[in-house]
Ligand binder design. Sequence first.
Ligand code: NAD
Length: 484
Amino acid sequence: MIALKDKELFRQQALIGGSWRDASTKATVDVIDPASQRVLGTIPDMGRDETKAAIDAAAAAFKHWKTTAHAERAVLLERWYDLMRRHEQDLALLLTLEQGKPLAESLGEIRYGASFVKWFAEEARRINGSTIPSPTVDRRILVLKEPVGVCGIITPWNFPNAMITRKVAPALAAGCTVVIKPSEFTPFSALAIGVLAERAGIPPGVINIVTGMPADIGKELMANETVRKISFTGSTRVGALLMKGAADNIKRLSLELGGNAPFIVFDDADIDRAVEGAIASKFRNGGQTCVCCNRILVQSGVYDAFAEKLAGRVAKMKVGAGTEEGVAIGPMINGAAIEKIKRHVTDALDKGAKIISESEAVPEGRQYARPLVLGGATTEMLLASEETFGPVAPLFRFETEDEAIAIANGTPFGLAAYFYTENLKRSWRVAEALEFGMVGLNTGLISTEVAPFGGVKQSGLGREGSQLGIEEYLESKALHVGGL
Ligand code: NAD
């Protein structure tokens, strides 16, 4: 049994129009604790009918919600934020149990997730339109900002709290209502914040949460014309599928998709700082992060020194259940994740890579991947072209700045990139040459509610967080006033 202080936060039903419901067929899906492999609980396995009911509930709630004062929406979001912070320990425990990441990281995610609610509560008061000088004296032109309407929110398992708040908070602040479909691997975090939204006084139907296997829920969200926008975070494969689906009734789309982040260490870098950055960027969430560095490119002059220091740190990493004290790497989300990591490592070793360092033994018989540093990686290896999504740090040696930039940009993805140098001119040159939506210069941490988050190329469309995030949920209506 899950030992939450507030037991009501563990919900095993979906939320539609203010009531907690089972699937009409009574079918359920098991949710597994990746550390123990035990069933944590079940969620309703819903389909098109329940999704349609949730969309109808969101449409009914939209009529009222879009007319509420911005200040009132702000107050409700602030209350929701306060409740998330008050219950952060319970929310973090639930997150670790269903997702696997170490408890301290889960707490970090809850605070990060809540920060979007606070940020967009503040932004709700600043949805300003504009006036435009008219070409003729007898007219006035204004731009009014209006909510897009009912939004479908589809989120992944790797950040089960923050990926939801990053979308739902700006949507609600803008005056939209939502139907959330959380990952079937990590639904309990979503349902818990649904409970807190109710307690905050957010009216029934403004937030709906539909649970279950994705295919039918996705079909209804795409086909239903009442849904005016889809905001999706997940794989590029599913993102492309949704983009095709959105074409049929011209829905707006925001897509936060996969990455393949380069992490470049130049000869003139502060090596200790670069090692710190690589640890933070590569091994957070066991490497299951869209912005985590996938390819570590190190210039020849510092390659050995960097490899040795990174290897020393990785060798000390403790692997185990996220609830255990001192654990740095929790279990991977599922068996498919373990298989992918194995496939990448085997392919790399077959093509000449060498293991420089690995952590001590991992607990047996469970879904654990051993953190390791691989030397001698090359662009022919699978891990150079696909996200490994695990605690594997491959080191690529390079000679010149141009070579590093060509390797870094040599991917269809463009989410995050990192580089380390102490040279001012190089800083600007490389920052401008990297074809990515986010660049970390001498830092491995780039996620914050105050800065735009998102990618270019096949990493997606749109931005979340910052003052740009709310624009994704607003339409601009031009009002022309004549006869003056
Ligand atoms: P996924 O694409 O398999 O699933 C994401 C969500 O889409 C889940 O809720 C899933 O149930 C749903 N889904 C799957 N098939 C669907 C369908 N046919 N119709 C509608 N919904 C469907 O991704 P994942 O494995 O959960 O997450 C990992 C991926 O997410 C990685 O590629 C990672 O890089 C990416 N990601 C990107 C960001 C970002 O901000 N760019 C953030 C986190 C994760």
